[in-house]
Write a protein that binds this ligand. Sequence first.
Ligand code: FES
Length: 224
Amino acid sequence: MTILPDDKLSQSTTDTALENEAIREKWGDFAWTEENAAKAKDIVTRYPPGRQQSAVMPLLDLAQRQVGADTNTQGWLPVPVIEFVAAELGMPYMRAYEVATFYTMYNLVPVGRYHVQVCGTTPCMLRGSDDVLAACKNKGMIKGKTTPDGLFTLTEVECLGVCANAPMVQINDDNFEDLDYDIMTDILEKLANDEPVTPGPQTGRQASCPEGGPTTLKHMAEAE
Ligand code: FES
């Protein structure tokens, strides 16, 4: 553990207080847009009467997306926004905060326009996730940080459940699979240039079917 000298400690406390004040000033008046108010209402009605607090996860997600739309980023959850969601559901702030801090799908600090989450778990690691990370680093990305232009945030994550198509990354809501250094570089360059990218397997195979087929059980049976 690092022990800060008294003067540094007081500077860091002052910095945090100023930061919190700025966040509260920017997000203290957070409220749903008209469109999201309708969506939030619809989400809450999916739960039985008295169980509306179960809607905390989709509402936090909706709030994060609204912050993202406001900031042209993938979105995050400033404290006042979590407070807003908790108040909407009539639950203590801490209960909503616990949810937001438990699941990595919620960003607790600002992220860039593209949140690049590279899977580094064993199947992806064995299939080349180091090369995928190297492609990201070559574009100036640093783990846990956002690039100075605000475009990319790089995070290394654990298994995202697409092991059959390893290595893979999740960028915002999309998965990109069967990657290597060159393919990842190409995707990042296209995103940076606002060019379209195609999510899913990057080798042309269908979903997680073997490359070259068969692509259905019927074809498999016919081939035997
Ligand atoms: S190990 Fe990477 S998706 Fe499962």
